[in-house]
Each structure stands twice: as C-alpha cells, then as structure tokens.
Write a protein that binds this ligand. Structure first.
Ligand code: G3H
Length: 249
C-alpha cells in the first residue's frame, strides 16, 4: 500500500522567524510517519535552519548541474549537504514564469536521484487545454518526458503532483473524481513507459486549492496518494488539520 504524502509548498512566503515559529508549533503534533509522510517545502534561504526537525524538508527548485556559473541557482549537492530530502520540480509557476521546459525538468529529476533527493514532479493543464479536451494528452506527455531515463526503482520512489493550473490559488478546486481520472491516467502512462510495479508504487498527489475541508474527498480516491498544498499550508493549525485529514481511513 502506498503511504500518503502531504507536502506544503510555501512558495515565496514567510520570514525566517515565521518559519521557525511554524515548525515549533507543529513539531509535537506531526502524525506518525507510518501513517502520513509530512513535507514542508520552504524558500531556499530557510532550508538549512529547518533541516533536522521531524518534518521532511523540501526545496522548491534546483539546478540540474553539479556546479558552475549559474548565478542565483542552487545545486542538488548543496541541498543534499544541508539535509534537504525533497525537491519540487517543474511547478507550473516555474514553467510559466521562468520558462522551465520538460527537458530541464527531466534533467533535474535525474539529478535529484544522484543526490538522494525525492523529486516531487509537477504536471497540470491550463483551463484552455482542459476545455479543448487536451488534458490527458498534455499531462501524459509532461510525465513521460520528466521520467525519461529513470530506472524502475527510481520511478517507484518518485512523487508526482498533478496540479491543474486553473485550480492553483484560485479557490476553484477540481472535483475529486476529475482529479482522480487524471491521476489514474498518469499511472497508466507510467505503466506503459515502465512497468506495472512502477505504476503501482509511484505516489501521485493532487494540488490546487486543497484545504482542510476538502482534502478527505481527494484522499478517498483510489489513485490519489496525497496533496501538494500552497495557501492552506501556511498556517500551522491549518497544516496540522491537513495532515490529520490527509490519511487513509
Ligand atoms: O504547490 C502548490 C500548488 O501550487 C497549490 O497551491 P494552492 O493550494 O494555493 O492552490
């Protein structure tokens, strides 16, 4: 059985004192790691200070090269060294605003495994693509390209986050059934590209206006294994409610 994974993506929010206060508030109340894997993806500057707590710490992006003249970037090795365990790759905000391509996401995914980082690979369609009936083909192709060259074992350890772009930060969440349909398609794509065992093991999160009040609907779907949460992960009590509700019955 796949273990649920709930990840907060703080994006470019919080100061260091706020980040520390958040972790102090949640530390004693994190559910058992056997029930749900808890991850907080913080701004790069805070990562070193947050690592070492009983929460999995994740970065929100990284470069795929080991080192070099890439002003403003952070390397996978540097993240590994400070105790970061997860990295969000190919978030739609990075694809849209920072021109991140499928090829770059693939290189980053391969680089993550060289440095013991669990990649949270994001995919998701625009509203226009959804209305044109292009969701399955588009999302399937994003995932196929992102996972190219991975071993079956690496795919099993990968986390995929399906986030329809029109549902991010808008309050308009996808219905649980619609989200599950896309997640089931992603699993099918993984099966065709790799193996049934890889498809059975890979964890797929839903993201897009997930809140304590709706997370259970998503978690009750057979192909959804967790959530990648933006806005509702910023407040400690809201995040704890997500963790409580984000477990299998
Ligand atoms: O990475 C998280 C997603 O962008 C979802 O953000 P949201 O929960 O604020 O809609």
């Amino acid at each position: 059985m796949r273990k649920p994974i709930i990840a907060g993506n703080w994006k470019m929010h919080k100061t260091l004192p706020e980040a520390r206060a958040f972790l102090e508030e949640i530390t004693g109340s994190i559910p058992d790691v056997d029930k749900v894997e808890t991850v907080v993806c913080a701004p790069t500057l805070f990562l070193e200070r947050l690592a070492g707590s009983n929460v999995g710490i994740g970065a929100q992006n990284m470069h795929f090269e080991e080192s070099g003249a890439f002003t403003g970037e952070i390397s996978p090795a540097a993240l590994e060294e400070i105790g970061v365990k997860y990295v969000i790759l190919g978030h739609s905000e990075r694809r849209e605003m920072f021109n991140e391509t499928d090829e770059a996401v693939n290189k980053k995914t391969l680089a993550a495994f060289k440095h013991n980082l669990t990649p949270i690979v994001c995919c998701g369609e625009t509203l226009e693509q959804r209305e044109n009936g292009e969701t399955m083909a588009f999302v399937g192709s994003q995932i196929e390209k992102a996972l190219q060259g991975l071993t079956e074992e690496q795919v099993k350890q990968t986390v995929i986050a399906y986030e329809p772009i029109w549902a991010i930060g808008t309050g308009k969440s996808s219905t649980a059934e619609d989200a599950n349909e896309v997640c089931a398609h992603i699993r099918q794509v993984v099966k065709e590209q790799f193996t049934q065992a890889a498809a059975d093991a890979v964890r797929i999160q839903y993201g897009g206006s997930v809140k304590p009040g709706n997370i259970k609907e998503y978690m009750s779907q057979p192909d959804i294994d967790g959530a990648l949460v933006g806005g509702a992960s910023l407040e400690a009590q809201s995040f704890l409610q997500l963790l409580e509700a984000g477990q299998y019955e």
